[in-house]
Design a protein around this ligand. Structure first.
Ligand code: ADP
Ligand code: MG
Ligand code: MG
Length: 213
């Protein structure tokens, strides 16, 4: 239970891509309030490319780590935009931390998520409170690590952490963007959650559902 095999990783990517495709307009509208309106389009393009690369990788019989690395590279190459670069690097870094010859367990998921956050912060240099996807990713990783340390299964820990990410994404509505394209129109974005934090929380919750089987 809560083990991430290559098949589970592929299923999660498919479900995230379907989810983001369905939310494309909504995410675009959120991004149009203070940004350039392309967040839904970028996430749909990136996740579709990730799915295609993952399907190809798994057909060659590779494990969960190689599937995620291939998916991340495709996402970064095809999505366009800041979020595409960050999502691609996050998936690749997550994959780099997973074992490739066995299913990933709870502590592997926590290590992968921490590596993903480190990659996002190294590339984007956003801090907590800058109104970016970092504001959802930091509480996700903290909650995931704490739950795993407390003995939760990978699935339980992930679902608990995804809930924390949802709350944190909603709370970004109060913030003013301090980086990214939304910064010049920062005031306009107050009252609306950050698009990247919102899509991240949606994706993390869906992955939790896939892990639950
Ligand atoms: P772009 O801003 O290039 O058009 P998107 O619209 O796809 O790209 O993504 C916008 C989202 O990217 C923002 O809502 C925010 O969450 C995230 N973002 C922007 N800059 C950064 C950064 N430096 N670090 C982390 N996330 C960022
Ligand atoms: Mg945008
Ligand atoms: Mg853009």
């Amino acid at each position: 239970e809560g083990q991430a095999t290559a098949a589970v990783v592929v299923k999660a990517l498919h479900e995230v891509a379907d989810l983001l495709h369905g939310k494309e307009e909504e995410l675009g509208r959120l991004d149009a309030i203070a940004g350039d309106g392309d967040h839904g389009r970028g996430m749909t393009r990136g996740s579709a490319a990730a799915v295609a690369a993952a399907d190809e990788a798994v057909a060659q019989g590779v494990g969960p780590a190689a599937v995620l690395v291939a998916a991340g590279d495709a996402w970064a190459a095809k999505a366009g935009g800041t979020s595409g670069v960050l999502w691609g690097a996050a998936l690749r870094s997550f994959g780099d931390l997973l074992p490739d010859h066995r299913a990933a367990m709870a502590n592997d998921l926590a290590a992968g998520a921490s590596a993903a956050l480190a990659a996002v912060q190294r590339l984007g240099r956003a801090e907590l409170g800058d109104k970016t996807l970092v504001d959802a990713l930091v509480p996700f990783v903290e909650e995931l690590r704490a739950a795993v340390e407390a003995g939760a299964t990978g699935t339980e820990a992930w679902q608990q952490a995804a809930k924390a990410a949802t709350k944190a994404a909603e709370s970004t509505a109060e913030l003013r963007p301090r980086t990214g394209r939304a910064r010049p129109l920062a005031e306009r974005s107050v009252g609306t959650p950050d698009p990247g934090a919102t899509s991240l929380a949606l994706a993390l919750n869906r992955i939790g559902t896939v892990l639950a089987g």
